[in-house]
Design a protein around this ligand. Structure first.
Ligand code: ZN
Length: 259
């Protein structure tokens, strides 16, 4: 899969472009950086408006024409290739439990050992990680495996492979705190509500909690998770807690279920 820069090497793309395949690649790339175009290969006014929006949002001249600089900016912001957009269930029972199984079938706070056997996997981390826990609870200990639901494990592995691709240099990865694991499966009884905690299902990941504490609004410049990492999870359809309202914002948290 070539980048958008390759598409414009012989000239910019603009409204009315005849090369439908190139336009489709451009539209898919714009969707990967957060826009919602239908990929129809038609560079009409809708696509032009999105290009203008993208340009305005990234400090470029809002011409609506995809020139070399615009293309390079899209490529720079796009998550690495190899990600596959998933359709995750809603977090509400029973939809989420029909997808991930029900860890608490009696709804009495008792974790089902049958469910653990049937649905939880132990997956070695894609790159070496350490536990970001409280001191005394094993902070800094190597993570031997993730305990994760089998129905989102492949997607999580793809996300972390993409993170590794985006941060191939170990010191850059560590500078962004991406080796600090906050955990995945963690069964918490939640009293008889309609929502299941995604951690109880093994379908949520906490990354670098020390630097991304709950209720702290997102600020990348403050050592919080790089936007590139968030885009990777969102490209696989994961929900990021950093987009939640101020009362519940949770930037460390990614879940393979929507609200
Ligand atoms: Zn979490």
């Amino acid at each position: 899969m070539s980048g958008v820069s390759d598409l414009v090497s012989s000239g910019p793309l603009c409204c009315g472009e005849k090369d439908g395949e190139a336009v489709a690649i451009l539209q898919a790339a714009l969707n990967m950086v957060g826009y919602g175009l239908s990929i129809d290969g038609n560079f009409g006014s809708v696509t032009e408006t999105v290009v203008k929006e993208f340009q305005a949002n990234t400090g470029l001249n809002a011409t609506g024409i995809v020139d070399g600089l615009t293309a390079a900016t899209i490529d720079e912001l796009a998550p690495p290739t190899g990600l596959i957009r998933q359709t995750w269930p809603s977090q509400y029972r029973p939809e989420v439990t029909s997808f991930y199984g029900d860890p608490d079938p009696g709804q009495n706070g008792q974790l089902s050992s049958r469910w653990q056997t049937d649905f939880l996997l132990h997956v070695p981390p894609v790159y070496p990680m350490v536990w970001d826990l409280d001191p005394g609870e094993g902070r800094g200990q190597p993570v031997r495996f993730w305990t994760i639901n089998k129905n989102c494990a492949d997607s999580a592995v793809r996300c972390f492979k993409a993170i590794l691709e985006a941060f191939p240099d170990r010191s850059a990865l560590e500078a962004a705190h991406l080796h600090w694991w906050g955990g995945c499966f963690n069964f918490r009884a939640i009293g008889g509500g309609h929502m299941m905690s995604c951690h109880s299902l093994g379908a949520a990941i906490d990354l670098a909690p020390t630097w991304n504490p709950q209720y702290k609004p997102y600020n990348e410049a403050d050592g919080m998770l790089p936007m590139k990492v968030i885009r990777i999870f969102e490209a696989e359809g994961w929900t990021w807690g950093g987009r939640w309202s101020r009362a519940s914002v949770d930037c460390m948290h990614f879940q393979a279920a929507h609200l």
